[in-house]
Write a protein of this length. Structure first.
Length: 226
């Protein structure tokens, strides 16, 4: 079924407008840039002729958009805050957030309860052994035996929202919260699998320092709460 454009004054169907955007990316020009819909359709037919290297990719994209236009995602609608009762996240149960602090990224464009990213923490850590604690404290800019060390259980951003800087912003916001609300915390640490290159790159870009390796995990700690 063909979906109609949102504006009655526009000569293109919603599908044609979407395809136009794809043409713009693939061929340097597209439907919305033509003078009329007829010219657009004629060009679309020619552009999909034999010998076009990008035809397979284009047809795959057309299949995805046929009759469906995904909701627009805007970073301007993202709010970073503490977990609130009633928050929901696709594929996640947030029960532990009722007892341990969780900082979340919320898509206000969907609802005030739609969580798309989360950092779950335990402050202070309940699983930190003495030997690892010594390593973490020894790596401090100014080593001290005072202050609490917290543990980041996990950091997650929904796959459809990844690659947009949400993970970095969520980490920054979380440490801002710790700086103002958990002032006795001197370090936060986490474990990440040695094969998770993307996650490792994120942590190293957000002021985490590699402390040691335990089996298949790297231990990272952050001391900077600014």
């Amino acid at each position: 079924m063909t979906m109609k454009a949102t504006s009655s004054a526009c000569p293109f169907t919603l599908r044609e407008q979407t395809i136009g955007v794809i043409f713009k990316a693939a061929f340097g020009h597209g439907g919305p840039y033509f003078l009329d819909a007829r010219a657009y359709r004629q060009h679309a037919a020619r552009a999909d002729g034999p010998g076009m290297k990008r035809t397979t990719l284009l047809l795959s994209l057309l299949t995805l958009v046929e009759g469906y236009l995904p909701p627009r995602r805007s970073l301007a609608n993202i709010e970073y805050r503490l977990y609130k009762d009633g928050d929901v996240m696709e594929g996640q149960r947030l029960n532990r957030c009722k007892n341990d602090p969780c900082y979340v990224a919320v898509d206000l464009g969907t609802s005030e309860k739609t969580v798309i990213g989360i950092i779950e923490m335990t402050i202070p850590s309940r699983t930190l052994d003495e030997s690892l604690e010594k390593l973490i404290r020894a790596a401090m800019p100014k080593p001290t035996e005072a202050g609490k060390i917290g543990y980041i259980n996990y950091v997650e951003v929904l796959s459809k929202w990844q690659g947009q800087g949400i993970g970095k912003a969520l980490i920054t916001s979380t440490f801002g919260y710790i700086a103002t609300q958990k002032r006795d915390v001197v370090a936060m640490y986490l474990l990440v699998q040695t094969t998770k290159a993307t996650a490792i790159a994120l942590y190293e870009k957000t002021k985490f320092k590699r402390i040691t390796q335990e089996n298949v995990f790297y231990v990272y700690a952050r001391y900077d709460f600014t």
